[in-house]
Design a protein around this ligand. Structure first.
Ligand SMILES: NC(=O)C1=CN([C@@H]2O[C@H](COP(=O)(O)OP(=O)(O)OC[C@H]3O[C@@H](n4cnc5c(N)ncnc54)[C@H](O)[C@@H]3O)[C@@H](O)[C@H]2O)C=CC1
Ligand SMILES: O=C(O)[C@@H]1CCC=N1
Length: 265
């Protein structure tokens, strides 16, 4: 467990998911987590769990040892500029989960601050995120602390900052892509006879099983696909029709469109 006081600036979708994960994992005491937001009404369940809910960013930043910034890319610079005097580079770590804002950008606003860029996904709420991290100006101890924190909330991978936008697409946006894939399976499942609840359970557990084959057994997808595709069978018939309709191609194009959106705006 961490005894450090953690401030989460921006308690939106991701900020509140991080708070939930910190609580669920037992990494932090509820009393050591403060989440800020302008309108705090949506944070009632975190408040009920004992998390400090604040509108005062200056006070929250001053009292924290770790400041997680989960603001939108368009207002993060302005908000950090506004509260720059509340930061103390001598004793704090800044963790930014903001898309497309570089460590140099952050360093420009908060010179000398130990900065970690982290790219988790919303499964962080249930300790199942993959979080890509990169850092600047951080001591071994600080980076170890941040890695330990995100390890409690799923898995972590250290990457070069130049891959951070790619990590955003594959890991963070990837939750939406995976869920849309599952939803399409549910729709197909209903068409061939299942009620929605049963179709959802079968589709989600099947994707979980497929993922675990790769993660736990370290297999290549095609190796596992070969085990399923009986010659002249129904799997290959379905798979080939999906490919004729552009399945893999549409996913690859979607991933590159998402990436281009980050880098070209
Ligand atoms: N949602 C996701 O799955 C992921 C989001 N990200 C990044 O995380 C950041 C946050 O994304 P979301 O949580 O989706 O956005 P969001 O819009 O849900 O959350 C941002 C929150 O900041 C609050 N806010 C705005 N100004 C504030 C201020 N001055 N003080 C305190 N709070 C303030 C807003 O009210 C809002 O609740 C973005 O930069 C996004 O690119 C990164 C990975 C995954
Ligand atoms: O859609 C977005 O821009 C953000 C970044 C990663 C997930 N959501």
């Amino acid at each position: 467990m961490s005894a450090k006081k953690i401030a989460i600036i921006g308690g939106g979708n991701l900020g509140s998911a991080i708070a939930q994960g910190l609580l669920k994992s037992g990494f932090s005491n509820a009393a050591d987590i403060t989440v800020t937001k302008r309108n705090t009404a949506t944070l009632a369940s975190l408040k009920a769990a004992g998390v400090q809910i604040e509108t005062d960013n200056a006070k929250t930043i001053r009292e924290a040892e770790v400041v997680v910034v989960a603001l939108k890319p368009y207002n993060v610079r302005e908000v950090l500029q506004e509260f720059r005097a509340s930061f103390d580079p001598a004793r704090q770590i800044l963790i930014s989960v903001v898309t497309g804002v570089s460590i140099d950008d952050l360093d420009h606003i908060l010179p000398g601050m130990a900065v970690v860029r982290a790219m988790p996904n919303t499964a962080i709420a249930i300790q199942e995120s993959i979080t890509c991290i990169c850092a600047k100006n951080t001591s071994e101890e600080q980076i170890r602390y941040v890695k330990t924190m995100f390890d409690q909330l799923g898995a972590t991978v250290s990457i070069d900052e130049k891959l951070m936008d790619a990590a955003t697409v594959l890991g963070a946006c990837g939750i939406a892509y995976a869920l849309r894939y599952i939803r399409a399976n549910i729709q197909g499942g209903i068409e061939i006879g299942f009620d929605v609840r049963t179709a959802s359970l079968i589709a989600a557990q099947t994707v979980k099983g497929a993922a675990e084959l790769l993660i736990r057994e370290n297999r290549h997808p095609e190796e596992e696909i070969d085990k399923v595709t009986t010659p002249k069978g129904c799997t290959i018939a379905g798979l080939n029709e999906m490919e004729h309709q552009g399945f893999s191609s549409s996913l690859i194009k979607g991933i590159t469109a998402s990436y281009n959106k980050i880098i070209k705006g």
